[in-house]
Design a protein around this ligand. Structure first.
Ligand code: MF3
Ligand code: CO
Ligand code: CO
Length: 264
């Protein structure tokens, strides 16, 4: 199946949805502290999106084939949880690391972004994993340009992660996004430069590497959603949505409070 090239009108809508995704993360940042539950974080993000932004949280009741409907409005993945953590009664405690992944829909278009947050003060190992994973995402972003290949992205990410002794999760990947939450192409976070799909201006997809401190293997919890590392090692993830341009790419999910881009 073909990868959709967005029209100028769609690109404009994706810029708006992308910025709004970043702004949900900006909004929630000061609320992340010991004693808060992931369910409270979900509720705050839900209300901000619906009442303040006029956006729809795409995860709520999202049900891809083979999955039961996701019951919450955001994903909260703590410590050895890799992705798709379901918010609930869990109390955050100092030293936890937490990924918050948000996907607001505005005017029919999706913005998808996630960041890592520290609860209180992280261990040196946890901080290093989060920082290296952030660099991995940006190395992937910097590999994007029209005329380049999808494999350039995964190769850049894998090389950086493995150079630090970390491993790349294989089972989940970045994805095309627009009017649909998940569309083609699949953006692998490992691979070989110069292989795969030829990138064209107007493509929009996410780059969202999941990097484990230990082995790459994962398993799914009984809730049918939460993914954890098999060896219980820490895992980190960052996500941006990007537009392919002739010069490189435009990161659509930046916002005033986003951590600074990593330069070339
Ligand atoms: N936001 C996730 C992604 O980056 C997808 C979450 S699906 C959900 O692709 F149902 F778990 F919310
Ligand atoms: Co995504
Ligand atoms: Co996401």
């Amino acid at each position: 199946m073909a990868v959709h090239i967005k029209t100028a009108d769609e690109i404009q809508k994706m810029r708006v949805a992308g910025r709004l995704a970043g702004e949900v993360l900006d909004f929630i940042a000061p609320h992340i502290r010991p004693g808060v539950t992931t369910g409270q974080i979900d509720r705050l993000c839900h209300d901000y999106q619906v009442n303040h932004q006029g956006t729809i949280p795409a995860p709520l009741n999202y049900a891809p084939p083979g999955y039961k409907p996701f019951p919450k409005s955001i994903c909260t993945s703590v410590n050895h949880q890799v992705c798709h953590g379901v918010p609930g009664e869990r109390l955050l405690k100092t030293g936890d690391i937490l990924n918050i992944d948000v996907t607001p829909i505005k005017d029919g278009y999706h913005g998808d972004s996630s960041r890592m947050f520290y609860v209180g003060t992280p261990s040196i190992q946890a901080r290093r994993l989060c920082e290296v994973t952030y660099e991995c995402m940006w190395r992937g972003i910097r590999a994007v340009r029209a005329g380049g290949f999808l494999g350039d992205i995964g190769a850049a990410i894998q090389q950086h992660a493995e150079a630090h002794g970390y491993s790349v999760v294989r089972e989940f990947c970045g994805h095309g996004i627009g009017h649909k939450f998940h569309e083609e192409p699949q953006v692998l976070h490992y691979g070989q430069a110069g292989t795969g799909l030829l990138l064209q201006a107007g493509m929009i997809f996410t780059i969202e590497p999941m990097i484990n401190a230990g082995r790459p293997a994962i398993r799914e919890l009984a809730d049918g959603w939460t993914i954890v590392t098999k060896d219980h090692s820490l895992s980190a993830q960052w996500e941006h949505t990007v537009l392919v341009t002739d010069q490189g790419c435009e990161v659509l999910t930046l916002s005033a409070g986003a951590p600074p881009p990593v330069p070339h």
